[in-house]
Design a protein around this ligand. Structure first.
Ligand SMILES: [Zn+2]
Length: 322
């Protein structure tokens, strides 16, 4: 069974990459000592510019009103199409990770995978849309017709990566195991906090931009090298299993039980109050899997069975262990 991530289960506050991106940006400016106040007129203006960069990362739907506090008017809405295009999905973020992942997964041998990313980018133009949305005539990032095939390839590549890599059966299983491992380790495992004299749990570190940047794959190895602690034993067992590719195995599989009575002629399910089969048109006076009383259909046959009787009719496969 697919387990929910700790954030979804309410164990830790829900983590969102847009919110973390905004925190990282603020921290980056602060830590690198970038004197933004030299470039902007006031502290309020600096904050508005940071909010605008956050908006660029998050993107904005066409139906969403333009925020008042980002230091520029709605005529700059097209800038939000560059990093997170909510309309077509074609943005630099997607182009970047599709090229990166397809080269890593399929080995393009240095060639770009099926489309020319530079051709797509150089064909982009900002055009004013013919129809109005509300009272505004949007300007948006558009692409020339000559790159239609390249853009088609982008969507094809994305679909292929989802099928073969991101949603791959084993990727999902490994993700579920890593989630369980981190959840199991969270109560006992601590790492260095923002202040080196402090310690912080994994779930708290995920909310703090300074600690978040240290949450790499190395955390799994650190958990595995900790001395014996009761709470870490389960996490360490899961780590060993991942190393040995001893993945979770499915327990049973979903079975769909048809509870409607079946047509005697075509054997397809029929509605209980129908007099003629909707599939083959034959009379439903006599049907299989129904109980008749006083010449009227009372119950689908399956609904009248006890659980034990139903099991004997539908043998379930033997259960595997996880
Ligand atoms: Zn029929």
């Amino acid at each position: 069974m697919r387990r929910v991530a700790a954030g979804e289960a309410g164990i830790v506050p829900r983590w969102e990459h847009e919110a973390m991106s905004a925190l990282l940006l603020e921290r980056l400016v602060e830590k690198a000592g970038i004197p933004l106040s030299l470039y902007f007129s006031s502290a309020a203006d600096v904050r508005a510019q940071l909010r605008f960069v956050t908006l660029l990362i998050r993107g904005i739907e066409d139906s969403e009103p333009w925020p008042e506090d980002v230091g520029r008017g709605e005529d700059k809405r097209f800038l939000c199409d560059i990093v997170a295009n909510k309309r077509s999905g074609i943005d630099v973020d997607k182009l970047d990770y599709l090229v990166r992942d397809s080269m890593a997964a399929f080995g393009a041998g240095g060639r770009l995978p099926g489309f020319d990313i530079h051709r797509i980018i150089t064909s982009a133009r900002v055009l004013t849309r013919c129809e109005r949305v509300g009272s505004v005539r949007f300007r948006e990032v558009c692409f020339q017709m000559k790159v239609a095939l390249d853009i088609n390839m982008v969507y094809q590549l994305r679909a292929m990566l989802h099928r073969q890599v991101y949603q791959h059966r084993m990727a999902n299983v490994a993700e579920a195991m890593i989630t369980d491992l981190l959840e199991a380790a969270n109560a006992c495992f601590v790492m260095r906090g923002r202040d080196p004299s402090e310690t912080i749990s994994l779930s708290d570190a995920a909310q703090d931009p300074d600690c978040f940047v240290r949450l790499t794959d190395g955390v799994l190895e650190s958990i595995n090298t900790q001395p014996n602690q009761v709470g870490l034993a389960r996490a360490q067992r899961l780590y060993e299993r991942l190393q040995q590719r001893n993945f979770y195995r499915p327990v049973g599989h979903p079975v769909q039980l048809e509870t409607r009575p079946r047509c005697r002629a075509c054997d397809r399910p029929t509605e209980i109050d129908h007099r003629f089969c909707a599939h083959c048109g034959k009379s439903l006076r006599v049907r299989r899997h129904v109980i008749e009383s006083n010449g009227k259909t009372q119950l689908p046959w399956l609904a009248a069975l006890s659980a034990e009787q139903a099991k004997s009719h539908f043998p379930f496969p033997p259960l595997c262990h996880t």
